[in-house]
Design a protein around this ligand. Structure first.
Ligand SMILES: [Zn+2]
Length: 830
């Protein structure tokens, strides 16, 4: 026992006092403050910006933050200059809804929530550089959000337009397409309705191709890349122009299957299509009877439906005939022009050419309204009969028939040939389309960054001059969402606007989507400074949101960790905004996140944790009882980080015992002079090798198992060397940072363990030889056995006595003398 060290420590391990002690010492020594200017091997890693909710940190937070911190610590011990900041995505609806209910101003409740969360995060003991914490709701921060808006506005990337937009009746605000999941509000799950409204959009569609191409160069989960590819939805096809008989009008339909056009028998327009409006207004009148009244009635009904309802599969197709016919260029066929709500106005050209033989949706529509079905493709089975039922509709591969110069070709060759033909004849032009729409960034809510725009008396938008940023959120506003922006009530905002621009000018009253705040926050981590508790961002007159030298050095973020639910929201917006900032020469690394990892989910006895089920695990009680280290290790022990695991209230006991056993081994067996057995050395090197490889690939669970195995061996030793103790402390430092510091101190380490280099291993040391040990009874060899080189005295003697022949010669007597000559023989004397 190493009395000298133990006296400075304790008999049993007390996590709460140990953790408090090291958190204090880390803080005093500022060990986690990154020197951004002078760092030689910069490594930038952080988790997705948390929302400062009033609830306590839950297991989900812990499972994101703690393993991410373990990885950051590992990288630091690998010799990297790790910068691991944290901040708060502090604007948003929960604080505002809370204000509606209680009358407490969102600024006040947010401040309180941030304070609580900082306390909890500090108790967790992560290596955050608190000096660069960010908070999107501070004017210091949102002046940059507004600056960003103005950069896009000045470069024709932000525009205002009336469009049919997604409106959440519960949140009382419009939503971006990315925030509508299966027709429902991503935040509150209310069904979203469509409303024509004038809104601000950012031109993310200009970047669609680049957003696709950029995916090839980043180290992101393949699933997330696929989701982004699908969301961006690049399609190659052709816009075909069809003349409308008896008018000067043309209807343009986009299709990816022009090969089937010999089988086109009707057109369907979205209720929002301009031609439909002309029909309703009777700007154009068909030769026969006017269908204007029917069309008007149908369109009114359709526009009251949600996009989800309109797209629902298996729903009976409805429509109205416009009274007009368009001419199929290839066949001269008079195609009736219909309006139907299954065609969406915002997608493609809002017009679809009906090919009922080769598209199931078109077939259903044709059945409903008795429109002609013509087969132009046959499948490999050669069935060329008439198509009379849905299951006969041939959407797959096949060979062309009934298509003149295309007959006999496969559909792909036919597609190219018909597109060449149509382009040559001036009937259409090849086009690439995208599913992604421009990003709707305005919100009719209070708790967000005000859009820095003012309108002249004619209603034209003008930027608020930069010297007036931050364009502060007014406070003379009531919190009652009505679907119109709360800022519209502010007298102060109006007066402020008039003072700058003159009478008759009005302020923009919408605020920005909070996803704007988080689209560039990694850059601001490099810019924020905390001066004596005072939070400071760069001044606007510095010209750019981040120092270019620092940005070049630190971006892109080397490791970004957060939930997969952001695949088609934050993670697309941030890529777009980064690319814009790169194009405008404010940054060099527009692609902000080089490596992305999603943590898995923690379930509770197999069930998803949710408030309504009442099975949400609250970490606080467990952290208080077992410590932050044990809690974090238990979470990491459940399974590979990206897969998550299943929680059980009693499972943490095993990890708690592990912590106590570690403490017992090192406080009882530590000995400076011990010459460690070869088996221990071999196991130690094997453990270093395994823990290194496992931690690199975020398999903290198996790294922990390896340390447990090493501990099992150390428990069997009579003594453990300081060197082994220090290596153990280093190996467990990423996983249990407080315990590791305490061990490091106990084993005589200088400085902090987090400041030490990661231990290396020697392949040569991994080999464990076995030796043959002879057993003498009263001086005569009676047996031999094989044992590992490092076998302990006790084990060697026990194994010798267990031999059958030896037992015969001992004749049931207990030896008076038992000697083990290391690596050679056991001598027993009775
Ligand atoms: Zn909602």
């Amino acid at each position: 026992m190493n009395i000298a060290n133990l006296s400075a420590s304790m008999e049993t391990y007390d996590p709460s006092s140990v953790e408090e002690k090291w958190q204090r010492k880390w803080g005093e020594a500022n060990v986690y403050k990154a020197d951004l200017e002078n760092a030689k091997e910069p490594y930038f890693t952080h988790v997705m910006w948390p929302y400062p909710s009033g609830d306590k940190l839950h297991v989900g937070h812990w499972y994101n933050f703690a393993p991410a911190d373990s990885f950051a610590r590992f990288m630091r011990m690998q010799g990297k200059d790790v910068f691991s900041p944290i901040g708060f995505d502090a604007f948003g609806l929960p604080a505002e809804n809370h204000a509606v209910k209680t009358g407490i101003h969102p600024a006040e409740s947010t401040e309180k929530n941030v304070e609580t969360m900082i306390k909890q995060l500090k108790r967790m003991g992560c290596m955050y550089d608190w000096s660069r914490a960010t908070n999107s709701s501070k004017p210091e921060y949102y002046k940059w959000t507004q600056w960003l808006f103005l950069q896009l506005f000045k470069n024709d990337l932000a525009y205002r337009k009336e469009a049919t937009v997604n409106f959440c009746p519960s949140c009382q605000t419009v939503l971006a397409n990315e925030q509508v999941w299966d027709g429902k509000c991503e935040r509150c799950e209310s069904e979203v309705v469509q409303k024509p409204m004038e809104q601000w959009f950012w031109k993310i569609t200009d970047y669609a191709d680049r957003l696709l191409k950029g995916l090839e160069k980043i180290d992101w989960p393949e699933k997330t890349k696929i989701m982004q590819r699908n969301w961006i939805g690049r399609k190659e096809g052709i816009n075909i122009h069809y003349k409308v008989e008896g008018t000067k009008e043309e209807i343009v339909c986009f299709t990816t299957r022009p090969d089937t056009n010999f089988g086109a028998t009707f057109l369907v327009l979205a209720p929002e299509h301009a031609f439909v409006q002309q029909v309703i207004n009777e700007d154009i009148v068909p030769e026969g009877e006017s269908c204007s009244a029917d069309v008007k009635k149908y369109v009114q009904g359709a526009l009251n439906k949600s996009e989800l309802e309109r797209q629902e599969e298996g729903r009976k197709k409805t429509g109205a005939f416009t009274g007009f016919y368009a001419i199929n260029n290839l066949t001269g066929y008079k195609m009736p022009v219909w309006v139907s709500d299954f065609v969406l106005g915002g997608f493609g050209t809002g017009a679809v050419v009906g090919v009922p033989g080769h598209d199931k949706r078109d077939f259903e529509f044709a059945q409903e309204y008795d429109l002609e079905v013509i087969r132009v493709v046959v499948a490999s089975d050669g069935d060329a009969s008439d198509i009379t039922s849905l299951d006969q509709v041939q959407e797959e591969e096949g060979t062309m028939i009934n298509s003149e110069f295309l007959d006999g070709l496969d559909i792909h060759t036919a597609t190219e040939k018909i597109m060449d033909h149509m382009e040559k004849e001036g009937q259409g032009e090849r086009i690439v389309t995208f599913r992604i729409r421009d990003w709707l960034v305005s919100r009719q809510r209070y708790w967000g960054a005000p859009i820095p725009i003012a309108y002249d008396p004619e209603g034209n938008p003008h930027p608020i001059p930069e010297e007036h940023l931050p364009w502060e959120l007014p406070t003379d506003v009531e919190f009652k969402p009505t679907g119109t922006a709360p800022l519209a009530q502010s007298k102060e905002l109006l007066e402020r606007t008039e003072k700058i621009f003159g009478k008759g000018w009005t302020p923009e009253v919408d605020t920005m989507d909070t996803f704007v705040c988080s689209s560039y926050y990694s850059f601001l981590y490099l810019a924020a400074e905390n001066e004596g508790g005072e939070y400071k961002q760069r001044p606007l007159d510095s010209g750019s949101l981040v120092d270019k030298k620092l940005e070049k050095k630190w971006m892109p973020v080397d490791m970004y960790i957060g939930g997969p639910e952001h695949a088609c929201m934050h993670l697309i917006y941030a890529r777009f905004v980064g690319m814009v900032l790169e194009d405008l020469k404010f940054v060099e690394h527009g692609e902000q996140y080089q490596r992305l990892v999603h943590q898995g989910f923690i379930t509770n006895q197999g069930a998803k944790m949710s408030k309504s089920k009442g099975n949400v695990v609250s970490p606080d009680g467990f952290v208080e009882k077992y410590g932050s280290d044990a809690f974090r290790m238990y979470l990491m022990f459940m399974g590979p980080f990206t897969e998550g695991g299943d929680w059980s209230d009693t499972g943490i006991n095993g990890v708690d015992r592990f912590v106590k056993r570690i403490w017992r081994v090192f406080s009882e067996k530590l000995n400076k002079k011990v010459d460690q057995d070869k088996a221990v050395t071999a196991k130690l090197h094997a453990t270093i090798k395994k823990v290194t490889a496992d931690t690199e690939r975020l398999h903290f669970n198996t790294a922990l198992s390896a340390l447990m195995e090493l501990l099992n061996l150390l428990e069997k030793q009579d003594a453990v060397s300081e060197e082994v103790g220090q290596t153990f402390a280093k190996l467990i430092a990423p996983l249990a940072p407080h315990l590791a510091e305490e061990l490091w101190e106990l084993t005589g380490g200088k400085g902090f363990v987090i400041q030490q280099g990661w231990p290396g291993y020697d392949e040569a040391q991994l080999v464990t030889d076995t030796i043959t040990i002879a057993v003498q009874v009263n001086g005569k060899v009676r047996a031999e056995f094989e044992a590992p080189t490092g076998i302990s005295d006790n084990d060697a003697i026990a194994q010798a006595k267990a031999d059958e022949n030896v037992q015969k010669h001992l004749d049931g007597k207990e030896p008076k003398k038992e000697i083990y000559v290391k690596g050679k023989l056991v001598s027993l004397v009775v």
